[in-house]
Design a protein around this ligand. Structure first.
Ligand code: 5GP
Length: 155
């Protein structure tokens, strides 16, 4: 009996652990403060930061799929675009949109162009449950093809 209880406890502990990076998330519900971007906002693990202000942090993706692959995130705790667009303050929303243009300039993407996208929830292929925008450039970007390449990296 005690063995069975111990086994059930172990199952609970392992099944409630953090998501592996190739698993998708729901994009809605309670914010999980154990997600990796929440940790990056606290400096651990470290990230290559390309832009920061009061509301926004932007850093290089650990597995870039284009020569330039930057992740732009709000500093506030938002799971996805749905969450952010309905609950963030006007200042936060304005700040992230303004930062997108600035970061594209800082990364030298304005002349040849770039792509900006966010994955939301399970069907969007979102793997980190903190809202983030992928800024992709440095060569022609075909988002659908890039996503396929990304999935083959993660699997
Ligand atoms: P999603 O699949 O949720 O749209 O994108 C998550 C992104 O976060 C992926 O492109 C993945 O490479 C990136 N990523 C995951 N873990 C880390 C990390 O620890 N550091 C950085 N810089 N990027 C990460």
């Amino acid at each position: 009996m005690i063995n069975k209880l111990f086994f059930a406890f172990l199952l609970l502990v392992f099944s409630s652990g953090s998501l592996a990076s190739n698993e998708t998330v729901s994009g809605i519900g309670k914010y999980d403060s154990n997600n990796v971007f929440a940790k990056i906002l606290q400096g651990k693990p470290p990230a290559k930061i390309v832009f920061e202000n009061e509301y926004v942090l932007a850093f290089e993706d650990i597995h870039p799929i284009k020569p330039v692959h930057v992740l732009i995130i709000p500093k506030g705790q938002y799971r996805s675009l749905v969450d952010f667009s309905s609950t963030a303050s006007d200042q936060e929303i304005i700040a992230i949109v303004k930062s997108m243009g600035k970061i594209a300039k800082v990364m030298g993407l304005t002349k040849n162009g770039f792509s900006l996208m966010t994955n939301s929830g399970h069907n969007g292929g979102q793997t980190v449950s903190h809202l983030h925008f992928h800024l992709l450039g440095g060569e022609p970007v075909n988002c659908e093809k890039a996503l396929r390449e990304k999935n083959s990296i993660n699997h």
